[in-house]
Design a protein around this ligand. Structure first.
Ligand SMILES: Nc1ncnc2c1ncn2[C@@H]1O[C@H](COP(=O)(O)OP(=O)(O)O)[C@@H](O)[C@H]1O
Ligand SMILES: [Mg+2]
Length: 304
């Protein structure tokens, strides 16, 4: 009997649209291979739906807040049904850039210098603070979003206006800007999947560069780096995945500058849309979309 899969997608995060697409692509592939599949929203009826559908495995296709940060995982733990991707604690840590960067630094994983800025505190001396701690340009970003939502590169002259765009968050990350190449790499289970380089035509790898084919971001695979450097990259990627105790698939985002990899973040719910990077990396290394989904399902479990 083919496994019965319940896919949770959509949700209330700013990445809702991407999640719906991830859910749709995964469902299409599973149905092609004769799995009974049901797609649901993470709403009040979720637990009732789980009870009546009785899935063998729950595929978490959510991205962003509530789906990637330990919240939905906590609810899924109560069902005792295996669910895909990382568990409660790992998801919560990985989604929080402040927490995860602290852990990276403690473990000597290079990440851009940063500080946390709280909107409640006076910002009168913010510019001098930046000049003291970092230097311009800087990157401002929410602590727990994804898909480059509300990420901006700021110069001294526009930082105050850009900062206003992030007022909905209590506090944000202000980070040193790392020029250079944009490289991302993935792990499945405990295996190194591979890496990909992105060459956005836009200023940086922002939301449009990620999801709008008209933005014409170049995807380069294999990544042109000496083998020693590629090994170093994949070792950092696997070590980070293990350090945060992640499960299933993760994708880590790096900037590569002057021979050094700067880890921006680790994603525990990487996208599975047509333009998504993990399926593209997997495919290049001989793992088709169905087999990638199967590996993710195989790694599903509770309590981690
Ligand atoms: N410190 C940085 N230096 C240079 N570019 C950055 C930096 N931080 C983020 N970026 C750019 O913004 C994109 C999104 O940032 P990231 O930290 O990965 O957040 P998200 O969770 O939204 O993907 C990156 O892929 C990169 O193009
Ligand atoms: Mg990212």
């Amino acid at each position: 009997m083919k496994k019965k899969i319940l896919i949770i997608s959509g949700g209330i995060s700013k990445e809702r649209i991407i999640s719906l697409d991830t859910g749709k692509q995964v469902a299409k592939e599973l149905r092609k291979h004769h799995h009974p599949v049901k797609i649901v929203e993470p709403n009040f009826k979720l637990l009732d739906t789980i009870k009546s559908f009785k899935p063998n495995i729950i595929f978490n296709a959510l991205h962003g807040q509530f789906g990637e940060d330990g919240y939905i995982q906590t609810i899924l733990e109560t069902t005792k049904i295996p669910y895909t991707h990382s568990g409660v604690i790992s998801s919560a840590i990985a989604m929080n850039k402040e927490l995860s960067k602290k852990i990276f630094i403690k473990n000597k994983i290079l990440t851009p210098k940063y500080f946390v800025y709280s909107f409640d505190k006076s910002k009168s001396n913010l510019i001098s603070l930046i000049e003291k701690k970092l230097k311009f340009p800087v990157v401002i970003k929410p602590i727990n979003e994804g898909s480059s939502v509300n990420v901006y590169i700021c110069k001294k002259k526009n930082i105050m206006s850009k900062l206003n765009l992030l007022r909905e968050y209590k506090s944000i990350i202000i980070e040193e800007f790392i020029p250079g190449r944009e490289i991302q790499s993935a792990i499945i289970g405990t295996k190194k999947l591979g890496a990909i380089e992105l060459k956005p035509k836009r200023e940086f790898y922002d939301y449009k560069a990620k999801y709008n084919p008209e933005a014409k971001t170049k995807h380069i695979i294999p990544v042109s780096l000496p083998k020693k450097k590629l090994d170093e990259l994949m070792n950092i990627t696997l070590n980070t995945h293990k350090l945060i105790n992640c499960r299933g698939v993760t994708r880590s985002d790096f900037k590569y500058f002057k021979g050094r990899f700067y880890l921006l973040e680790i994603n525990t719910q990487p996208g599975m849309t047509k333009l998504s990077l993990v399926p593209e990396i997997a495919n290049y290394y001989g793992i088709n979309f169905y087999n990638l989904i199967r590996l993710i399902l195989k790694d599903a479990s509770t309590n981690k």
